[in-house]
Design a binder for this molecule. Structure first.
Ligand SMILES: [Zn+2]
Length: 142
């Protein structure tokens, strides 16, 4: 492993899957990661209890406890693509749905027939940024 790079990492499976599924369909077993580490330690005679950098693919929809446990077993990177896409989409979607009357023409909106849409676009950027920062998915308490 170290011949590849000292930062070589492994996306070892422990029940994780890409995407988000109906609750109950994904059963994570982060404790398997500890067994993976133990196996590598024995096979390589490593001194470190966590000789491998592990990657948690398919993290979207997982609980904070699952992340904590996985990290405690040597996960150094988590992938949350579906959750990130959803967060991005929902912010844009909500803004467009709430402000659609302001976004139909470049000039003219409910505030006046000569008002430019650029004011609304500037406002949308501020709303989007502030909303994302308020959501727990992007700012977990751990
Ligand atoms: Zn992946």
């Amino acid at each position: 492993m170290s011949e590849v790079s000292k930062y070589f990492s492994i996306a070892a499976g422990f029940g994780n899957v890409h995407g988000v599924y109906k609750p109950g369909n994904v059963k994570l077993r982060p404790e398997l990661l500890q067994k993976h580490q133990q196996f590598v330690k024995e096979k390589t005679n490593a001194k470190d209890d966590k000789p491998v950098f592990l990657v948690f693919h398919g993290g979207s929809g997982s609980s904070v406890d699952d992340f904590r446990q996985a990290i405690s077993y040597g996960v150094v990177k988590v992938n949350l693509d579906t959750d990130m896409q959803w967060a991005y989409l929902s912010g844009v979607r909500d803004y467009v749905l709430n402000k659609k009357d302001y976004l139909m023409t470049q000039v003219g909106n409910p505030d006046g027939e000569d008002k430019p849409v650029s004011d609304q676009v500037r406002s949308a950027c501020e709303v989007y940024t502030n909303t994302r920062l308020e959501q727990k998915v992007l700012r977990p308490s751990w």
